[in-house]
Design a protein around this ligand. Structure first.
Ligand code: HPA
Length: 272
């Protein structure tokens, strides 16, 4: 089965489960998962029940799509993403975005946890992604290009929709939530960075570093979707004062930032 057929199988199944028009999709990164509790009238669909959808092999990892209402809008949330470092092919990492597009959804909010490399940031800050650098060593569009999905050589001059950056900035101001802005560098992981790597990533223009998001943004942008990217800065990744980092620390900071993160995203959804 080729990619187009797989997308059709998955999206036809989801259309059967929910027939109304969906305004916005959100990919929930670390820290944002509990926004799911605030979705009303929800339909919850396990990835494993969706034909052709990748499934998570990690025990205890959420793997579900939730469709319902929040802030007066119909939204689709992807709770549980597929990371390149888990060994998934880029087609699997980004498959959800292609299905979202096939459902007729043109707005996508993509969130993550990231290390802060800009010395003006602090752990717990939220960063609006204005641009990215793809250092994953791969690109989800390598291989056959289906013109139905987008052009062979996609423009990336406006991958992060300017209007969304302005909108979320205004929302943050109105809610009195401090936000940073910057460039997100995507690496493959799963190792966190060495001090020498962080020095390089800062020199080349990165403000935050993480292991996700960029493949999904590339596919969304290829498909002509409007994209908003937001990082939760869970640790400061500064080469000269780098402390040992583990996943628990990342989860812990994300947990502390989640109330503000959720309020901000809900406000954006309301105003999109
Ligand atoms: N580096 C890479 N990925 C991350 C980090 C980091 O410091 N924090 C959260 N995700």
């Amino acid at each position: 089965m080729n990619m187009l057929e797989k997308i059709k199988y998955s999206s036809d199944y989801l259309k059967k489960m929910y027939s109304k028009k969906i305004d916005i999709a959100v990919i929930l990164g670390t820290g944002l998962g509990s926004i799911v509790d605030e979705i009303e009238n929800k339909v919850v669909i396990q990835y494993k029940d969706i034909p052709e959808f990748p499934t998570s092999t990690v025990q205890g990892h959420a793997g579900e799509i939730i469709i319902g209402n929040i802030s007066g809008k119909n939204i689709l949330a992807m709770n549980g993403r597929f990371h390149y470092y888990e060994g998934y092919h880029m087609d699997q990492v980004t498959f959800g975005v292609r299905v979202i597009k096939a459902l007729g959804i043109d707005n996508i909010i993509i969130t993550n946890a990231a290390g802060g490399m800009n010395p003006n940031f602090s752990a717990g800050d939220l960063m609006i992604i204005e641009d990215h650098i793809n250092l994953t060593g791969n690109n989800p569009l390598i291989g056959h290009n289906f013109e139905e999905l987008g052009p062979r050589f996609p423009d990336m001059s406006n991958a992060y929709t300017r209007g969304f950056v302005d909108l979320i900035s205004k929302c943050a101001e109105d809610l009195n939530i401090k936000v940073q802005k910057g460039t997100y560098v995507a690496v493959s992981g799963p190792t966190y960075e060495t001090p020498a790597e962080l020095k390089m990533l800062r020199i080349i223009g990165g403000d935050a570093v993480g292991m996700s998001t960029v493949p999904e943004v590339i596919v969304a942008s290829h498909a002509g979707m409007k994209v908003l990217g937001v990082s939760c800065i869970t640790d400061m990744a500064l080469p000269d004062s780098l402390e040992p980092l583990d996943h628990e620390k990342v989860m812990d900071t994300a947990e502390k930032a989640k109330v503000q993160f959720i309020s901000l995203i809900k406000e954006v959804i309301k105003r999109i």
